[in-house]
Write a protein that binds this ligand. Structure first.
Ligand code: FES
Length: 254
């Protein structure tokens, strides 16, 4: 992982609330970035003499992959304003890539009251390998417009809690599951998801359900301890060992 620079070549609004940025002049160190790994980004002045510390906390960006034109694609909310030509300082790749089971056929992605981007970044790889994907959108995730996603992805919108149509079937059918929750209280909300799974399934196997943790990442290199997560076996830094953790390895409330 290292600090590099790039610039925004293109900005394209993909739906009412999200835009795709295409980053050019991306360093070779980021060419092998994989789904699950992320970037810490800050807009900078192209003049290196200018102070580059505002804002101090970088934005956490989730790359979708490279375009045919070799630009790196990033999804960002339209509440943030970007323009072609803006320069960036990037730290990455942050964390480890998502790990999939070997005999994977069906993946369930669940966004519970959170932005689903950390989940949808894995869908190009899954679809390319012939794996079925179902995306469940709950709470405020229901507002996410999925029109720009590949039609092969089955999208189900549930309610404000953990209810959706065909729940027993989708949970029984999934070989692996990845979950994002509202970052306001991740442990509590992941606990709710695990509680639901215990009610609906005959036990939860290892490496079945992964929570994607999104705490603030001030340093991104495991140096500041701000993102430490307490597992049954000890502490791990989300920025170096995350973002995805097997939820059966955590002490969760509920
Ligand atoms: S962000 Fe500093 S240790 Fe993870």
């Amino acid at each position: 992982m290292k600090e590099t620079s790039a610039y925004i070549e293109r900005v394209r609004q993909v739906n009412a609330h999200y835009q795709h940025l295409e980053l050019a002049a991306v360093d070779d160190a980021l060419r092998k970035i994989k789904p699950g790994q992320s970037l810490l980004a800050r807009l900078i002045d192209r003049n290196p003499e200018v102070e580059q510390w505002d804002p101090y906390l970088r934005e956490h960006w989730w790359p979708i992959g490279f375009t045919p034109a070799n630009t790196l694609l990033i999804e960002r909310p339209t509440t943030q304003r970007y323009e072609p030509g803006q320069f960036l300082s990037l730290i990455g790749p942050i964390g480890e890539h998502y790990k999939f089971r070997k005999s994977l056929r069906n993946v369930l992605l669940l966004a519970y009251d959170s932005v689903p981007t950390p989940l949808t970044v894995m869908t190009p790889l899954l679809l390319k390998n012939g794996i079925s994907v179902t995306l469940i959108l709950l709470g405020r995730a229901r507002q996410y417009d999925t029109a720009h996603l590949p039609p092969e992805i089955e999208v189900i919108r549930g309610d404000d809690r953990l209810n959706w149509e065909g729940q027993v079937m989708t949970l029984g059918w999934a070989d692996q599951m990845f979950v994002t929750v509202n970052p306001d209280d991740e442990l509590f909300r992941f606990g709710e998801v695990v509680h639901l799974l215990r009610e609906r399934r005959n036990g939860i196997a290892d490496n079945y359900v992964f929570g994607i943790f999104q705490p603030p990442l001030p340093c991104g290199v495991g140096a500041c301890s701000a993102c430490m997560l307490r597992l049954k076996e000890g502490f791990q830094a989300v920025c170096t060992k995350g973002p995805a953790f097997d939820l059966t390895l955590l002490h969760l409330p509920g």
